[in-house]
Design a protein around this ligand. Structure first.
Ligand SMILES: NC(=O)c1ccc[n+]([C@@H]2O[C@H](COP(=O)([O-])OP(=O)(O)OC[C@H]3O[C@@H](n4cnc5c(N)ncnc54)[C@H](OP(=O)(O)O)[C@@H]3O)[C@@H](O)[C@H]2O)c1
Length: 246
């Protein structure tokens, strides 16, 4: 198929898994992340470039370099994202809130707005957003992270409306508990605390989520999967997780 697939936040977790799966499918990749030194190890031979989605100049350089290296973009996987802390709103710090909103919402917009005009000109393209079940249901200590993921829903809806008739597809893949570096980042390197999130339960793997992304983009062009909500069998809501055996 040899599609040009751009993946943000490809240095770890779900983004890296998507890179591996698309590479296996024979697609051309453009991978971005702040830790760009990790990217050659994710998908050997793939084009990679430093990217900080919170910095418009970095996004500008990344998108231009991706197009120069691999041509028109067929698929954009907006994956870069993070959570910081589990403070209640009354205890929160503006710094963590800004980082989440600047990365998860504004960063995604900065990338998408630079890619969409090319897709509109080509009358095709697929924008994939990695949302979260946090965007469907809030939880104590997750207000701002949940808000940043909920914000992606009207953004996806508006893009569908604004590109209607162009052939562009928009899919949100919204995972539940998935074992990646997510919790290590959330708890600022506290491995022990991060490990507890996945303790005595069977979370999704990054590969499980990547398979959902591949499934969505592999549908025929007239089929648009709007939202895929995928959780471990042992999870019912963000905070209701079965731990221990059966
Ligand atoms: N794990 C879960 O349970 C879970 C559940 C639902 C949704 N999600 C979502 O899945 C997505 C991927 O997370 P993950 O679980 O794979 O976590 P992860 O292993 O921590 O990966 C996050 C990726 O985002 C990148 N990133 C963060 N800030 C960035 C920035 N400013 N510019 C560019 N890249 C940036 C990181 O790269 P650098 O640090 O190298 O820049 C990294 O590659 C996120 O949007 C997350 O919200 C995760």
């Amino acid at each position: 198929m040899h599609r040009h697939v751009v993946i943000t936040g490809a240095s770890s977790g779900i983004g890296a898994a998507c890179a591996r799966h698309f590479q296996k499918a024979g697609d051309r990749l453009s991978l971005g992340a702040r830790r760009s030194d990790r990217l050659p190890g994710v998908a050997a031979g793939a084009f990679h470039h430093a990217l900080d989605v919170t910095k418009p100049a970095s996004v500008e350089r990344f998108v231009a370099a991706a197009i120069a290296a691999n041509g028109p973009i067929d698929i954009l996987v907006n994956n870069a994202g993070l959570a910081r802390g589990v403070e209640k709103i009354a205890e929160g710090t503006g710094e963590a809130w800004r980082e989440m909103i600047e990365t998860n919402v504004l960063g995604l917009l900065e990338v998408t707005r630079r890619v969409l005009p090319h897709m509109l000109a080509a009358s095709k393209g697929h924008v994939v957003v990695i949302g979260s079940i946090a965007g469907h249901k809030a939880y104590v200590g997750g207000g701002v992270y949940c808000g940043s993921k909920r914000a992606l829903q009207p953004i996806c809806e508006a893009i569908r409306m604004e590109t209607l008739g162009s052939g562009i597809r928009v899919t949100s893949v919204d995972p539940g508990l998935c074992e990646t570096e997510f919790s290590v980042v959330r708890f600022r390197g506290d491995q022990e605390r991060a490990g507890k999130v996945y303790q005595d339960t069977r979370p999704l793997t990054a590969d499980d989520v990547a398979e959902c992304v591949l499934f969505a983009v592999d549908r025929p062009p007239h089929v648009n999967l709007d939202t895929i909500v995928v959780m471990p069998t042992d999870q019912a809501t963000p905070q209701m997780v079965h731990r221990g055996g059966r």
